[in-house]
Write a protein that binds this ligand. Structure first.
Ligand code: NAG
Ligand code: NAG
Ligand code: NAG
Length: 416
């Protein structure tokens, strides 16, 4: 009698559960710390949760951060800077690094990956390049010896500039002088089950050519898109075109099914006069549209059924980064924990020890036009002011129980 209603209700319940879990589980964020005014790591936990991020990439293995995120369920990529590569070739040094910086935090802190070096191949430094794969192998061997290789993989993050051609996406190929080296690295990924990481910034393409490049196309705004003449696939945003160019380049060296992750992408909210497009409004469009795409579980045209595995750059504006102003203004958050521009998620009233009073940094995101909810509390802690996001956290943590309850409910209802 009630039977026809029950199945849809149960299906809906299950669908809701899955969609919330998937949404929560797919956003990654880069936690860079080239700054002297950032909040204490324990105050950063609620900020990360407020945007639904469940994965963090660090540029080091900061013990304070790794401790602060213990038992939060957040997954970590920790990194070894380029200056470590020469040392890491030595198996005993690699082993001692892994013991101190990875093993010591497991399993409370979910370190799942070690990125050895950042954008090494595009420095054109032969010594550094020659050290890369041996360092990765040595760190992997250390993990094997410590029986951690099933939990933690080893990779390295590349710049998109390792591609010779990236447009149209089907024509993607690696720089000719890097093909041998990249092939060996990809072979290592296949043997050890680790992902291929690429840093991809449509912003650079726009900044380099603002008159030719469509702003809507780079900001994931509605636009007619482009059709790849070779594959006939339609692209309505540049990031997906860049990702598929990487897939094409990998296929061109014989690897069709490598797991590709975007280890960095983002948009600055402020830049110098000659940095076109670096505004709070564009940064908001780029990052909010991207987060929406990630939550919708959209794949790229070439890999529609693969997860978008993306780490947004970055969590905070970093006031000590060298280079043009944009470099110091990629953050979703200002150092005081307020949103650099409205992120479409509930704000948290945040006060860190150093909030904005520290005068040592000049470029700490004084974005005048960003209309921010006032961060009023001054009691030195972070409080979630709306809980529509935090509601999702229990779903994630208690996933197995929810599934169990759903089945119990179904069984009970059916039995009626
Ligand atoms: C606060 O900022 C100062 C520099 O302005 C730095 O030396 C200090 O370590 C920071 N303190 C915290 C708790 O982040
Ligand atoms: C590295 O070499 C490539 C090709 O030879 C060149 O296009 C690129 O500008 C160089 N990069 C740097 C940082 O020197
Ligand atoms: C920073 O704030 C914490 C509380 O959030 C407090 O325990 C600590 O003493 C403060 N540190 C400084 C340097 O003010």
């Amino acid at each position: 009698m009630m039977e026809p209603l029950l199945t849809p209700i149960a299906a809906l319940l299950v669908a809701c559960l899955f969609s919330s879990i998937i949404m929560v589980s797919s956003l990654g964020i880069n936690y860079g710390q080239i700054a002297n005014n950032l909040p204490l790591p324990e105050n950063v936990v609620p900020l990360v949760k407020s945007i639904g991020a469940t994965r963090i990439k660090l540029y080091d293995a900061d013990p304070h951060v790794l401790k602060a995120f213990a038992n939060t369920g957040v997954e970590f990529i920790v990194s070894l800077g380029n200056e470590y590569l020469a040392n890491m070739k030595d198996p005993s040094k690699a082993q001692s690094w892994v013991k101190t910086n990875v093993q010591a935090y497991l399993p409370a802190t979910k370190i799942t990956c070690i990125a050895v070096g950042n954008e090494v191949l595009t420095f054109n430094d032969t010594t550094l390049t020659d050290n890369l794969l041996p360092a990765m192998q040595s760190v992997h061997t250390a993990l094997v010896n410590l029986k951690l290789d099933k939990l933690v993989t080893v990779t390295t993050a590349h710049s998109l500039a390792i591609l010779q051609t990236s447009y149209p996406p089907s024509a993607g190929v690696f720089r000719r002088d890097l093909v041998t080296c990249v092939t060996q690295i990809v072979d290592f990924h296949c043997k050890t089950g680790s992902p291929f990481l690429i840093n991809a910034y449509p912003y650079f393409a726009y900044k380099g050519n603002p008159k030719q490049v469509s702003l809507d196309f780079v900001l994931f705004q509605p636009n007619s898109g482009i059709v790849d003449p070779e594959s006939n696939l339609r692209y309505d945003n540049m990031l997906f075109a860049q990702i598929d160019a990487v897939h094409s380049a990998l296929a061109s060296i014989g690897y069709k099914n490598v797991c590709v992750q975007i280890s960095e992408t983002g948009w600055p909210s402020k830049g110098d006069a000659d940095e076109a497009g670096a505004t709070p409004e564009n940064a908001r469009k780029y990052n909010c549209n991207l987060m929406k795409l990630i939550s919708q579980k959209k794949g790229t045209p070439m890999k529609p059924n693969s997860d978008l595995n993306i780490y947004v750059f970055a969590l905070f504006n970093e006031n000590l980064k060298p280079g043009p102003s944009s470099e110091r203004n990629y953050g979703l958050f200002k150092p005081d924990g307020s949103q650099a521009y409205p992120l479409g998620v509930p704000a948290i009233s945040a006060v860190s020890n150093n909030s904005s009073s520290g005068g040592s940094g000049s470029g700490t995101g004084t974005t005048p036009s960003a209309s921010l909810p006032p961060a009023s509390s001054s009691s030195g802690y972070l409080a979630i002011t709306s809980d529509s996001v935090s509601i999702l956290a229990p779903f994630f943590r208690f996933f197995p129980f929810f599934i169990y309850y759903v089945f119990i409910i179904i069984v009970l209802l059916k039995g009626e």
